[in-house]
Every structure is written in C-alpha cells, then in structure tokens.
Design a protein around this ligand. Structure first.
Ligand code: HEM
Length: 228
C-alpha cells in the first residue's frame, strides 16, 4: 500500500477508490434514511438490522470509518502537494479560466462536508455507539425494559430535525456536498482510467447522482422539520 502512495498517480488512484466507495455508501445511506419519510416501521426495522448485524457493525462500519478518514487525509495530502508543485498562485490560475471554481475549491467544499460529518457523527453515530457499546443496550427499544415500547430510531431522527439551525446547516452542507460530487465524481472515474466511450453517459449520470443524492438528503431533513 505505502508503495502505491509514494507516487502521485498512486495517490490519485487510492483517493478515487475511497471516493467511489463513499459514493456507494451515500446511495445506501440515502435509501435507508429516505424510508423514514414514507414508513417509520421500515426505517426502524432497517436501522435495527444495520445497527445490530455483526457483519455491518464489525466489518463494514470500521471499513467505512477508515474510508472517510483516508479520503480526507489523502485529500489534504494531494492538495498540499498540488499547491507545492504549482508555482503560479490561484489568482493567476483563476484569470486564465482553465479550471472551474468547483475544481479549484474541492478542499473548501470537502472541509464543509468534514464539518458536517463532525456534527452529524455527534448527532447520530456517537449516540449509537454510546447506547450500544458503552451502555450495552442492543435492544434498540425506546424502553429497553419494555418490549412493547417500540424501536427508538425513528423518534430520535425526528427529534434531530426540530431545530431550524441544524436543518439549515445540514442543507447548506448538502449543497456543498453536491458541488464536491459534481467535480469529484468525474475526476474519480478519470483517476481510475475509466476515460472511454462511456464518458458521455457517465457525465450525464454524474450530474443526476451529484444533484439527486444531496437533494434527497435535503428533502429528508426539511420533511422531518415541517412534518412535526
Ligand atoms: C438527512 C440526512 C441524513 C440522515 C437523516 C442521516 C442519518 C444517520 C443516522 C441515523 C446514522 C447512525 C447510523 C448508525 O450508526 O446506526 C448516521 C451515520 C452516519 N452518517 Fe448519516 N445521515 C444523513 C446524511 C449523511 C451524509 C450526507 C453523509 C456523508 C456525507 C453521512 C454520513 C454518515 C456516516 C459516515 C455515518 C456513520 C457510519 C454509520 O453508522 O452508518 N450521513 N447517519
């Protein structure tokens, strides 16, 4: 692994693989969370399955967390190396217009998503890890001593979207996530060499994905805010 990361192509390839992995995670994550809009029962069932399944908890989740950390750390390394190797300042580069604002500001959009993840982990993931692995309650029930109390996931999610400040911040972060994906999607496929006759359809799909997924996340947050 370290050999690959010693070359700029190797680093870009590894970065692209982590990006593609996270893009698959986003499809799963938005699908599971979207069920909370039309079926609280289904959302509770799926959250409990994902939250207690040993393969998901013991294998997939650590890989995901590693993927998130790797993507951000490699993002900083690539950005630092790019800046070091670029003699001309961004201002001149902007004047020449040979790159889009989004491509020049992947670090900025990435940082906003990172800030979002910090708050998001505190809102949801830290709570999950505390209840399950510190308090030892794997029941998923509102009242672990009362089997009829029902699962807690849907109520907890709804609670998070009462605050207009949180919904506002999430929505802004999802817009920046969309900008990050609009450039990142194509550049990831380019870095793994998927630059062939399918590029045209891939470009079309990348727009649908990069606008559609964040738009669904915004819809979920705004829906639960107003559905209270
Ligand atoms: C309205 C939007 C969203 C909702 C309602 C939501 C909900 C949740 C919930 C309930 C969890 C805890 C799952 C568990 O550990 O059992 C979670 C974890 C997580 N979320 Fe989100 N999420 C949203 C948007 C996002 C976005 C946009 C990203 C990435 C940019 C993201 C990344 C993660 C990650 C990495 C975890 C921790 C891993 C996991 O446990 O699945 N989430 N989210």
């Amino acid at each position: 692994m370290s050999g690959i990361l010693n070359s700029s192509i190797g680093r870009k390839f590894a970065m692209a693989l982590s990006a593609l992995f996270l893009m698959i995670f986003l499809v799963m994550h938005v699908s599971i969370n979207f069920t909370s809009v039309f079926s609280p029962e289904l959302f509770n069932e799926m959250s409990h399955f994902m939250g207690t399944n040993p393969v998901v908890q013991g294998l997939m989740q650590p890989i995901l967390i590693f993927g998130v950390i790797f993507h951000f750390v490699m993002g900083f390394i690539l950005e630092a190396k790019n800046r070091a190797s670029r003699q001309v300042s961004y201002a001149k580069n902007a004047a020449s217009g040979n790159s889009s604002w989004v491509s020049r500001n992947m670090l900025l959009t990435g940082l906003v998503v990172l800030a979002f993840l910090g708050i998001h982990f505190y809102d949801f993931w830290v709570h999950e890890m505390t209840v399950k692995y510190i308090e030892g309650d794997m029941s998923g029930l509102i009242d672990p001593n009362n089997a009829d109390s029902g699962f807690r996931y849907y109520e907890e999610l709804r609670e998070k979207f009462v605050s207009p400040v949180r919904v506002g911040f999430y929505a802004v972060a999802f817009v920046l996530l969309s900008l990050h994906l609009l450039h990142g999607f194509n550049s990831a496929f380019q870095s793994i060499g998927a630059n062939n006759k399918y590029v045209k359809s891939l470009k079309g799909f990348s727009k649908v994905y990069s606008i559609g997924i964040p738009a669904l996340f915004i819809f979920i947050a705004v829906y639960h805010h107003f559905a209270h």
